[in-house]
Design a protein around this ligand. Structure first.
Ligand SMILES: Nc1ncnc2c1ncn2[C@@H]1O[C@H](COP(=O)(O)OP(=O)(O)OP(=O)(O)O)[C@@H](O)[C@H]1O
Ligand SMILES: [Mg+2]
Length: 260
């Protein structure tokens, strides 16, 4: 079953086609990687899928429903969550509070209930805190819940972003370069985490430049180059694809990946 589909998705900026008629199909329950050189259009694809940018043309569907015209919050409401290439956390808030900001859409108790601290709101608040703590537990940050986010090391801040994104139990999780800046031990722990997230029922679409990471983790890979889809298939086929090797991987990296 296809969870996310884009059809001829196109984004034109002044004088530049950043995403050029891209067809993408992400199977439910899979880990799908979107790769390609710098400027290939990967983050722009995420911005189109999550609703931060309106496409110039083309369509996006989630679970068979056309969501092309829906605003970002409505897509979040339908179970889409994302992390950002440049970390976006609230540095002066605690780790737990940062995760709670990812849950506000699903809490929405109404202003009166908040002001009067009605029991319904208290229950929802307690429920949100326990969901946030569960997300922190999953990413390995449970003991840091009360610390200021600014005090976290870089790799932990990336994990915090993932915790915030998964706290609402999304159907589709978009991760933009989650392993960037991580050492091999951290990125291998991250790969385990992403597998656990998938096994818990969340479909994952990720952008990543670390090819070892992608090839070990992804069920399927789509390759972009200058906004166009140039390849789509299983990791073992992608890393042997001459077009992909020329446009992105390079002969040396491809040889190393194919020997591994
Ligand atoms: N808001 C914007 N306005 C104008 N041009 C943009 C905008 N956003 C992205 N671009 C351009 O679109 C192209 C694709 O950018 P995008 O950020 O999607 O690439 P990317 O594949 O994520 O690259 P990287 O691997 O470096 O993150 C680039 O040429 C970029 O400069
Ligand atoms: Mg990018």
């Amino acid at each position: 079953m296809i969870l996310l589909q884009t059809s001829a998705l196109t984004m034109r900026f002044a004088g530049l086609v950043a995403v050029d008629a891209v067809d993408l199909a992400v199977d439910a329950g899979s880990i799908h990687a979107l790769i390609g050189p710098n400027g290939a259009g990967k983050t722009t694809m995420f911005n189109l899928i999550s609703g931060l940018l309106p496409p110039t043309s083309g369509a996006i569907s989630l679970d068979g429903a056309d969501i092309t015209a829906l605003p970002a919050y409505a897509r979040a409401g339908r179970g889409m969550a994302r992390s950002f290439q440049n970390i976006r956390i609230f540095a002066s808030m605690t780790v737990l509070e940062n995760v709670l900001t990812g849950l506000h859409a699903s809490i929405a108790p109404g202003l009166a209930a908040i002001l009067l601290r009605l029991p319904r709101f208290r229950r929802q608040e307690i429920d949100a805190v326990s969901r946030a703590r569960a997300a922190l537990d999953l990413v390995g940050l449970a003991t840091r819940a009360g610390d200021r986010a600014a005090a976290l090391a870089y790799g932990d801040q990336r994990r915090l972003e993932i915790a915030r994104a998964i706290a609402g139990n999304p159907r589709l999780l978009l991760l933009d370069e989650p392993a960037a800046g991580m050492n091999p031990a951290e990125s291998s722990a991250l790969a385990d985490l992403i597998r656990r997230i998938r096994d818990a029922g969340t479909t994952v679409l990720l952008v990543e430049h670390d090819m070892g990471f992608v090839m070990r983790l992804a069920d399927r890979v789509t390759v972009l180059n200058f906004g166009r889809r140039i390849a789509d298939g299983a990791p073992a086929d992608i890393r042997r694809d001459p077009t992909v090797i020329t446009a992105y991987l390079g002969a040396k990296v491809a040889a190393r990946l194919n020997a591994a």
